[in-house]
Design a protein around this ligand. Structure first.
Ligand SMILES: N[C@@H](CCC(=O)N[C@@H](CS)C(=O)NCC(=O)O)C(=O)O
Length: 234
């Protein structure tokens, strides 16, 4: 008999969010186990050859790793396809899921940049990515390829979630004037599968993570904390 699937997670991981979003979109019940990536349990090291989350334990007790094959597996085994029928469109969607991973790498470069110069370079690279993306989005919306929701939406919702936190303390301007992207972002932020993909503490957890980076972004966040506490005292 098959058991409920388990998503092996980390609270902040955007790749884990992709799988959580797809499971919710499919209304598939699942359990979650959270891993401390700084202290990985032995069973996890055995089940995850790259030492990364997400990991999906299927109902038959098999472990799958890497978010792209995990979400494709979920798409093929649970009712309600999130990939287009046409092979050429499906290939294009897969490419934009990979594009989302490159944008996530760019966000990593942004929050890890030690100096302003590297921070500005990371910002410029992200701006180029989003200018390209703007032209790919169906202007009618509400999602990447219009309606319905697709795996590309599941891949970009966690990308936009970073900006929801960053926008509070830094004016990045990477999405400025990109109307299709902004509309898409706002729509995704309200989607129940996106909302429930992270814990309620996500925003504060991400801020704590960013403070610990000892990077230019950590410095900007600290400056904003100082300004906020000075305002609160007056
Ligand atoms: N290509 C992988 C990327 C997953 C990934 O980078 N996961 C990070 C957390 S967001 C991780 O587990 N890193 C291992 C570590 O920090 O030791 C996927 O798509 O699943």
């Amino acid at each position: 008999m098959s058991e409920v699937q388990t998503l092996i997670s980390h609270t902040l991981c955007p790749y884990v969010q992709r799988a959580a979003i797809v499971l919710s979109e499919k209304s598939a019940p699942f359990d979650r186990i959270y891993i401390d990536l700084a202290d990985k349990p032995e069973w996890f090291q055995k089940a995850s050859p790259l030492g990364k989350v997400p990991l999906l334990k299927t109902g038959e007790g098999r472990y799958l790793f890497e978010s792209a094959p995990i979400v494709e597996y979920l798409d093929e085994t649970q009712p309600g396809r999130l990939h287009p029928d046409q092979p050429v469109e499906r290939a294009r969607h897969r490419a934009y899921v990979e594009f989302a991973s490159q944008v996530l790498n760019g966000i990593g470069s942004l929050y890890n940049a030690k100096h302003k110069q590297d921070f500005e370079a990371a910002k410029a690279a992200l701006r180029l990515n989003f200018c390209h993306l703007e032209e790919q989005i169906d202007p009618e919306g509400p999602f990447f390829a219009g309606d319905p929701f697709s795996l590309v939406d599941a891949a970009f919702a966690p990308v936009f979630r970073y900006f929801d936190v960053l926008d509070d303390f830094v004016d990045l301007k990477v999405l400025d004037g990109l109307e299709n992207t902004e509309k898409w972002r706002q729509h995704l932020a309200k989607r129940p599968s996106v909302v429930t993909a992270v814990a309620e503490t996500y925003q504060e957890d991400l801020r704590a993570f960013l403070r610990r980076r000892d990077s230019w972004l950590s410095y900007l966040l600290n400056q904003s904390d100082i300004a906020a506490s000075a305002t609160a005292k007056h």
